[in-house]
Design a binder for this molecule. Structure first.
Ligand code: ADP
Ligand code: MG
Length: 696
């Protein structure tokens, strides 16, 4: 290869050695267009290949570098054919296992040769194995040839290996060291000094290529100042992008929706309950927002069962009685159907037509609903994300309600914007995920927040017990007794990490088994793979009390509301996240009778799992559960993208880096006031390709 000057930071990636059209396209798909973009494609984690480990002292789950002499290589036949290669370094033996291998590879792994291997240690029976390790032949044993520095692991995609990324970032690092003037520092220096953080250039070099004397532990944890510097900038960019989104929405007019208070009054009159103070307060927030000629952008946070649906329905009435349409979006088909049933029953007496739009309608039904939406005959449309497909055209959309926001991403809300055109509808977003205040203020910065911090009166607390699955028979007896007393029961089958179809199968099998054991009971089954009509039938039979015991997958996790159901059994509860357990458990305790939840677990239970189930036993308060869960395992999971609909982050971790948030907010205000150009550049650098709202 020739030694011309390296391409500059703003040169296209195509100018780098080893990047042709094919690789170039893959990089583009990752949002990497220029050499500089590569610098912001940050290592997810590091591998420590700086030390050799003795095979005799390996710890399960650890990722390690080992060397050894091949003692035996053979193909094992069985359930799955695999190539086994045993190596030993004198302190112990380790098996390398390959499921995919070639004859040539097998021949190369000859007895007596030496290998250096990198991989994760697994325990198989009493032995330890590495499955598909990275390995290389070495000429002489135990030379101790190891890496001098930690090896970065990049978030890669298919067709781009780690090796490739390392080569590309090597070139990007050269370009940076050569001339860093094109790397613009967007955070004012004085603020960095305040926060004791290094410069961007320093931080990038350290994070991509940790030096020989790097602080390994801090780097592995993501708490090194260089990483914190980048996390800080990323959180700042995310926060700014949301504020900018809000501003963009507010550049458009929204219809002021004054509504007719008589209709809301009439609706509240017919409800079989009084609103709680918290509900009334939140309704007032919403009413004030909707009177304005800029979009309401409001998040309602309220624990499971706090009564968000009725609040949303009252908001809907305000829009409808102002002559506008409402779209009510739920994350699952089952929930959309349940909302449709409840809300249409509520609104029918007021002669308000409600329609359902999901992906499962027949072609004719679908066409007819679309027509109703366009005429407009449908005033309230409940649905899944099918509501926002291109073919759907609302004649006068005034309000969008998004239920269980944690199941959607920011993206879905952005898609809405495009739907609406010149007049932006009001937005009401609801969630049961309790998010600490600073976090919410930073990462839901585009939304105003109202909290329903009170449950309807008369709710019985749910008594929760944990029982080993060895006592499954006792649990089944308990169900029989409960049903004889006229109670209704959920039995939730869960399988983590297994496919959806396996989960459905498990529920089907359990239903059959329970049906046989409890032959005098009407046992129903519900899972995600059933036809809509069948699901609807089962749910209505359960509501009507014909079905006493409902065996379900986690499809019932959100929204399902059957007040007479007062016992829930959750299988394999130790494998679910606490917030998911809380959501599930929230399906009972909705009426006035004492409710119970039985958490079945696979014994033996680890101390950690035991501590988690103990939390579930101790409290019914979603906020406390979330707090405890965070204390136990860090908020990563609780506040991960999956559960909150927060944006996917490159380096920041909301749990670990929560301490940065106050500074992030402060810095954001300064930038908006004093450095408006930097705001857009930061968003472009960190967020642009992930949230495509630039062209609203
Ligand atoms: P979530 O906030 O979890 O969405 P829901 O809206 O499903 O809760 O409400 C749970 C149940 O409580 C529903 O059956 C609903 O009709 C009922 N409910 C709502 N508000 C009240 C209230 N103020 N008093 C009594 N029951 C209420
Ligand atoms: Mg709900």
């Amino acid at each position: 290869m020739g030694h011309s000057a390296p391409p500059g930071l703003n040169a296209p990636v195509l100018s780098l050695a080893g990047v042709g059209p094919r690789i170039g396209e893959r990089l583009q798909n990752l949002g990497i267009h220029t050499v500089q973009d590569l610098l912001f494609h940050l290592p997810r984690r590091y591998m420590d290949r700086t030390r050799l480990h003795a095979i005799g002292a390996l710890i399960v789950d650890q990722e390690v570098l080992v060397e050894g002499e091949i003692e035996l290589t053979q193909v094992q036949f069985g359930k799955r054919r695999s190539l086994l290669c045993r190596i030993s370094d004198g302190t112990g033996a380790l098996t390398l296992r390959f499921f995919h291998f070639s004859k040539a590879q097998q021949n190369m792994l000859e007895r007596g040769k030496h290998l250096q291997c990198w991989g994760q240690i697994r325990r198989v029976g009493k032995k330890r194995e590495m499955i598909h390790p990275e390995y290389q032949h070495i000429n002489e044993p135990y030379l101790g040839q190891v890496e001098q520095t930690l090896t970065p692991v990049y978030p890669a995609t298919e067709g781009l290996s780690q090796g490739k990324f390392r080569k590309l970032t090597d070139q990007a690092m050269d370009a940076l060291r050569d001339d860093s003037s094109e790397l613009v520092e967007l955070v004012p220096e004085s603020l960095l000094i305040d926060a004791k953080l290094p410069s961007l250039c320093e931080a990038l070099i350290y994070v991509h290529r940790p030096p020989v004397d790097a602080e390994v532990d801090a780097l592995m944890l993501g708490t090194h100042p260089s990483q914190q510097r980048l996390s800080f900038e990323e959180l700042l960019a995310q926060h700014l992008s949301l504020r900018s989104l809000r501003e963009q929405i507010h550049e458009y007019a929204a219809p002021p929706l004054h509504g007719e208070s008589e209709i809301a009054e009439a609706f509240m009159q017919q409800l079989p309950f009084e609103l709680t103070n918290a509900q009334t307060r939140v309704i007032k927030d919403i009413r004030v927002d909707m009177h304005k000629d800029v979009s309401m952008l409001r998040l309602i946070q309220g624990d499971v069962g706090s009564g968000k649906t009725v609040v949303a329905t009252i908001a809907a009435l305000q829009a409808i009685s102002s002559g506008y349409q409402v779209a009510y979006m739920a994350p699952t088909e089952l929930l959309a159907e349940q909302h449709f049933l409840n809300i249409s029953a509520w609104l029918e007496p007021l002669e308000i037509p409600v329609k359902l739009l999901t992906g499962k309608l027949s072609k004719a039904e679908h066409t007819s609903v679309l027509e109703d939406i366009a005429i407009p005959k449908a005033q309230l449309v409940v649905g899944t994300h099918a509501l926002f497909q291109e073919s759907v055209e609302f004649a006068r959309l005034g309000l969008v309600i998004i239920d269980e926001q944690h199941r959607f991403g920011v993206h879905q809300r952005l898609a809405l914007l495009e739907k609406a055109g010149a007049i932006q509808p009001h937005q009401l977003v609801m969630t049961a995920t309790p998010i600490p205040r600073t976090l919410a203020m930073t990462l839901f910065a585009d939304l105003d927040i109202s909290v329903i911090d009170e449950l309807p009166p008369g709710r019985q607390t749910i008594k929760t017990i944990a029982i080993s699955n060895k006592k499954r028979d006792e649990v089944i007896d308990r169900i029989a007794i409960a049903c004889r007393q006229g109670r209704q029961v959920y039995w939730v089958c869960t399988l983590i990490e297994e496919s959806d179809s396996l989960q459905c199968q498990a529920a089907t099998d359990t239903c059959e088994q329970l049906g046989t054991l409890l032959s005098d009971l009407n046992v129903g089954l519900i899972h995600g793979r059933m036809k809509s009509v069948d699901k609807a039938r089962v749910m209505s039979e359960f509501k009507a009390g014909t079905i006493k015991l409902l065996v379900a997958t986690t499809v019932i996790e959100v929204g399902v509301d059957v007040a007479n159901a007062s016992l829930m059994v959750i299988e394999n509860s130790e494998r679910l996240g606490l917030s998911q357990l809380h959501q599930l458990r929230g399906r009972v305790g909705r009426g006035t009778q004492q409710s119970d939840c039985v958490l079945m677990y696979q014994s033996p239970l680890s101390d950690f799992a035991q501590a988690r189930l103990e939390i579930m036993r101790q409290t019914n308060d979603g906020f406390k559960i979330a707090q405890k869960d965070m204390e136990l395992r860090g908020p990563g999971d609780l506040l991960g993208t999956r559960q909150t609909g927060l944006p996917a982050l490159r380096i920041a971790d909301l749990a670990r880096d929560a301490g940065l948030l106050p500074q992030v907010q402060k810095t954001a205000n300064i930038l908006i006031n004093d450095y408006p150009k930097h705001v857009q550049s930061l968003i472009k650098r960190w967020v642009a390709d992930r949230l495509m709202f630039a062209q609203v």
